[in-house]
Design a protein around this ligand. Structure first.
Ligand SMILES: [Zn+2]
Ligand SMILES: [Zn+2]
Length: 185
């Protein structure tokens, strides 16, 4: 078996503050006990920019990432600093294909303010890590959880996101550990 198969890749896409991927990788290792590696940055896929919405289409970005050179990694988290949307939501903090290989997280909506070019504050980094770990849960086929004190609880806004913890509830934690043992993942 390829030794890198267990490693989670964290790839900055476009102009992303260097600190954010580092904090996300550290949280993946610290909270999920998985090895994480920061990958060579990629350019924003121009095809994903929606001229009408003036935002990036997360579904198109996912497809672009999926055709990228990441086969050796177990899962890959793309880190962005642009406004992402999916057709049914005005904006999203992150996106993942359930059970898939790639997920996205964007800092753009996590600042709660217009200026997102500064060095991200500790709270923004923590939010980004939370979204990344939540999306990683989806990649290991975890669904949304009713338990409010669970990383897989759905958050529709920043207040919800700040309320959920950085860890899974007992049920999701067991499911996650089991998923890691399955050869498919
Ligand atoms: Zn979710
Ligand atoms: Zn849960």
């Amino acid at each position: 078996m390829n030794s890198q198969k267990r490693i989670i890749g964290v790839v900055p896409v476009g102009d992303v503050p260097e600190l954010a991927p580092k904090v996300i990788a550290a949280h993946i290792t610290g909270y999920l006990k998985l090895e994480a590696e920061i990958l060579t940055p990629l350019e924003l896929p121009a095809a994903a920019f929606d001229e009408i919405q003036r935002q990036y289409n997360a579904a198109i970005i996912l497809s672009c990432l999926e055709s990228g050179p990441h086969d050796i990694y177990a899962k890959v988290i793309g880190v962005f600093n642009v406004d992402l949307f999916i057709p049914t939501f005005a904006y999203v903090f992150g996106e993942a294909r359930q059970g898939g290989q790639h997920a996205l997280v964007s800092l753009f909506r996590l600042t709660g303010e217009k200026d997102n070019r500064r060095r991200p504050s500790p709270i923004v980094c923590e939010r980004a890590a939370k979204v990344a770990l939540h999306e990683l849960g989806h990649l290991y086929n975890l669904w949304h959880c009713e338990e409010k004190k669970c990383l897989m609880h759905y958050s529709g806004g920043l207040a919800d996101l700040d309320d959920i913890p950085l860890y899974f509830c007992r049920y999701c934690s067991t499911y996650f550990r089991d998923a890691l043992l399955r050869p498919k993942y």
